[in-house]
Design a protein around this ligand. Structure first.
Ligand SMILES: CC(C)(COP(=O)(O)OP(=O)(O)OC[C@H]1O[C@@H](n2cnc3c(N)ncnc32)[C@H](O)[C@@H]1OP(=O)(O)O)[C@@H](O)C(=O)NCCC(=O)NCCS
Length: 277
């Protein structure tokens, strides 16, 4: 039972040092040294910590970047200790980061995330309202931490247009049965007794299309490690095909059996122009 969750600016270098331990517990390696995060805080970045009963349990930090010709905040890491996850702490950290960014004159926050991670997709797209039409191949090169070892480090670059009407006025859907429009399925998940595999990619011309992913990417049945690679390459093919044709990922939902996550892409979308929603 969690009593009090507080999000605070973190300025004390000894407190920022504790981020290293959280990173290790969350990713199992690939730790960003705290002196870099101290530098971020010093030169106009945003560093926030989440406290439960005065104990640091998570953090987010970001620094000033330039993307597609405009200054923005690049959010580099968000992490919550495993035993405190799924309590809304990740969302609270991001909302505080957004408030700070608006107060400091920014209208865009960007970051990367792994398209194969259903939970991150729900938090980022479903709960926060980010969009993406940018697919980065092998963005971090070969990664050595436990979650990423041996799998292509492809990422979405997501855009959080924090002053756009999309953030507060967009239609919100949690499950596929709630969706209010027709869509074609470009990539579907095939499940049998022993494994979870992707279909071939379909080339559709619908206004909305969907791309399905497993709900738990670390658990694909027999030979999970090999299947993770196959899934990542199939997702790469699908997202690249549709992004190159003017589609944007705008929603993420789950099905009622909670065995798949579903990205919804729309052609010709603009978060500032409601007629394109
Ligand atoms: C990503 C992370 C920061 C989220 O923090 P958190 O405090 O658990 O986030 P929240 O509780 O605000 O939101 C998580 C949501 O995902 C949902 N969820 C959990 N597992 C899920 C899954 N497999 N698929 C879809 N949604 C899932 C939770 O129910 C919750 O949604 P809800 O509030 O609508 O019920 C945390 O899980 C983490 O540290 N992960 C490892 C590191 C990482 O991936 N960092 C981000 C990329 S740099």
């Amino acid at each position: 039972m969690v009593n009090k969750i507080e999000i605070k600016d973190v300025r004390d270098p000894n407190e920022i040092k504790k981020f290293e331990d959280i990173q290790f517990k969350v990713w199992g390696g690939g730790v960003v040294p705290s002196h870099l995060i101290v530098a971020v805080k010093e030169v106009g970045g945003v560093v926030k910590g989440a406290y439960v009963d005065d104990k640091l349990v998570g953090f987010v930090y970001g620094f000033i970047g330039k993307y597609k010709g405009r200054y923005c905040i690049y959010s580099h890491q968000l992490a919550v200790l495993p035993q405190y996850q799924n309590l809304g702490i990740g969302e609270k950290l991001k909302i505080e980061q957004m408030n700070w960014s608006i107060d400091n004159g920014y209208d865009l926050i960007i970051w990367t995330f792994d398209p194969a991670r259903s939970k991150n997709a729900w938090l980022n797209i479903g709960k926060l309202g980010v969009i993406t039409n940018t697919y980065l191949v092998e963005h971090y090169g070969e990664m050595e931490d436990e979650l990423n070892r041996g799998v292509p480090s492809d990422r979405f670059m997501v855009e959080w247009w924090i002053k756009s009407p999309w953030i507060n006025e967009r239609p919100r859907y949690r499950f596929d049965k709630d969706l209010k429009f027709e869509y074609g399925t470009a990539l579907s998940l095939i499940k049998d007794e022993v494994k979870i595999t992707p279909s071939q990619v379909k080339h559709l011309d619908d206004e909305y299309v969907s791309i399905e992913i497993p709900i738990d990417f670390d658990n694909l049945g027999q030979d999970t490690q090999k299947l993770k690679r196959i899934w990542k390459l199939r997702m790469r093919e699908a997202f690249q095909y549709y992004f190159n044709r003017g589609y944007t990922v705008i929603h993420f939902v789950r099905n009622q059996y909670m065995d798949r996550g579903i990205y919804i892409l729309k052609r010709g979308f603009d978060p500032y122009d409601k007629s394109t929603w």
